[in-house]
Design a protein around this ligand. Sequence first.
Ligand SMILES: CC(C)(COP(=O)(O)OP(=O)(O)OC[C@H]1O[C@@H](n2cnc3c(N)ncnc32)[C@H](O)[C@@H]1OP(=O)(O)O)[C@@H](O)C(=O)NCCC(=O)NCCS
Length: 423
Amino acid sequence: MTDPRSAGRLGHEVRVLEPDELRAAHALFGAALHAAGPVDDERWAVTRTSYAPGRTLGVNLPPDTLAGTATSFGSELVVPGGRRVPMAAVTRVGVRADRTRRGLLTALMRAQLREAADRGEVTATLRASEARIYGRFGYGVASRGRTLRVDAGARFRTGTPAGGAVRLIDPDEAATVLPPLYTRILGDTTRPGPIVRDAGWWALSLRRPRTDAARGIAVHTGPDGDDGFVTWTVRQEGTEFGENVLEIADLHAATPQATSGLWRFLLGIDLLRHVSAPLRPLDEPVDLLLEDPRACRTTGIDDETWLRLLDVPAALAARTWGGTAGEPLRLRVHDAVFPANDGVHVIGAGDRDGTNGPAPGAPGDGPADLECDVAGLAMAYLGDRRPSELVASGWWTASDRADVARADNLFATAEVPWCGTFF
Ligand SMILES: CC(C)(COP(=O)(O)OP(=O)(O)OC[C@H]1O[C@@H](n2cnc3c(N)ncnc32)[C@H](O)[C@@H]1OP(=O)(O)O)[C@@H](O)C(=O)NCCC(=O)NCCS
């Protein structure tokens, strides 16, 4: 990238890396995350396929040629109502430990946001290693997940969905079965937050050389064919034989029956103490399936999707709105990076089904009912946080409580947002 705006006062410059620089960028990122050593040739042969062409940025800081990097791949995000908007999936962000706190990430992020917006991507999302890094660039937490620890062998209540058949498959079969199955599940989902997975994501997820941990993959079949899958690893937790913990890596199901069937299968596997499930949907009803709900404990709730709205008018137009038709809401949004997002946006329920609100266009001026910055808007956009929570915590401001209640109704979603794809 030769855009002079990307040249910093320290002489650093952000540019798109050439294909033969990607391995060095990957090694830099790995070292920043304290990963053990650079990847070997066999692993790199898989990993390189997950670098989308032309989407990896590097920043130099003389005399080094590469001091920091960030990449992304193109995807789509399901928004409330089920439409999908183009999304940059941002990942592998790192700055050399001896070059941090000099503004290099800031330069990378600014360039990356501009590039994504220029490509027509309406949103960008990422997973944050630390919660204090990305807010300053307009990212806000838009979905969260809870970590479950469930006693193996926990009995299911009578009357819970029985589920269908579950079969184990190997990684080779998984490479042909899981991507189209995930796409089918995604096509039917009504939950906001899931994303489209590209071939590079699957290659890395399924084809990476085996680690020492035992791995398993299973598919659930219901009345209409395959409708769910799970992948996991097992590690020994205690010193005794059989003191193992199965950790779910990836579980997606199209129906409550498939969800129940997969959990029933996992909890019935022999020689396990617990099933651990990081970052599951906040509303996944595992405890409700069990005779003893305390056999399922929530050990943590963490941020999942960090969302950056790049094109606020397009994002507001893409989602549906809750509540009933009424006076539109005027929301003033502040965005220090993209002036086109800055101003008063008119949103409303429109028709009773919430699909036909006032067509949002370029933001206007004048008085507003509520006010927030673009990160605060991201926190409500998929339905994770209610505007009233955001007003109560100072993320949003409002002068009239009736407007806050109206905003709660408008932003409400039927299902809790959750992505379920780590990248
Ligand atoms: C996180 C990381 C990329 C930041 O890079 P950097 O070049 O030091 O960031 P910048 O200098 O542009 O920092 C911009 C601002 O963010 C703050 N900041 C950056 N990283 C921070 C962190 N980890 N915790 C708190 N604040 C942080 C800086 O203090 C600075 O604030 P200031 O402008 O008020 O001084 C770098 O520290 C790193 O590589 N960390 C390890 C790998 C990692 O966690 N990567 C992210 C994966 S999601």
